[in-house]
Design a binder for this molecule. Structure first.
Ligand code: MN
Length: 215
């Protein structure tokens, strides 16, 4: 009865949008674990507002609309990324990418990882500093829009992967741990064409406790 009443309220207040249902809200904009200006000067308030509030919100809205009436209507995000293509893949991939991206930063970030991730990085790249250098080189050298990721395989082996556009390491059967967005919308307001400078600055805000928890 209460649900019926609430539905009626929604019907009345929502007028022309009555064709939509609760599936519209399946995916939501991830909440930032910091204030919009908290990552300055590495990432400006304006960039966060556009990147999170406009770009990511658009991917969320697009995906919620596109999956209606498809086999992905009730699917998990990662499943959609692995099994879809075209526009649904692009938008789902970008939501997965950005959910990981925005939650891996902190105004108190920076420094180095510790524990088994630190050991695995040294084993794979010789040193943490060398890993950083290789990661930056991969990101700076990615042609066009995309992402550079630190990812692990099912045995915990680390690799740096470059993903074009909205793709994500899960497509290759890898688990994404840390991702730098090299789409121009991620840095152009603050760094213009200086992508490499932006990537170098991002280390200052990486929250390694979050990245370690993904490993
Ligand atoms: Mn982005």
């Amino acid at each position: 009865m209460i649900i019926l009443f609430l539905s009626l309220i929604l019907f009345i207040t929502n007028g022309q949008e009555t064709a939509k249902n609760e599936n519209d809200m399946k995916f939501e904009l991830v909440k930032l674990p910091y204030a919009v200006d908290a990552l300055e000067p590495v990432i400006s308030k304006q960039t966060i507002e556009f990147h999170h509030g406009k770009h990511l919100q658009t991917y969320v809205n697009n995906l919620n609309n596109m999956i209606q009436g498809t086999k992905f209507e009730n699917a998990e995000l990662e499943t959609i990324v692995k099994e879809s293509d075209g526009a649904i893949f692009n938008n789902a991939g970008q939501i997965l990418n950005h959910n990981l991206y925005f939650t891996q930063f902190s105004p108190n970030g920076g420094g180095k990882p510790s524990g088994k991730l630190a050991a695995a990085l040294v084993a794979a790249y010789g040193s943490f500093e060398n890993f950083q250098k290789e990661f930056e080189t991969a990101g700076a050298g990615l042609f066009g829009s995309g992402w550079v990721w630190l990812a692990e395989d099912k045995d915990g082996k680390l690799s740096i992967t470059k993903e074009a556009n909205g793709s994500n390491p899960v497509v290759k059967g890898l688990k994404p741990l840390l991702g730098f967005d090299v789409w121009e919308h991620a840095y152009y307001l603050d760094y213009q064409n200086r992508r490499a400078d932006h990537l170098k600055e991002l280390w200052k805000i990486v929250d390694w406790t979050v990245v370690e928890s993904r490993y």
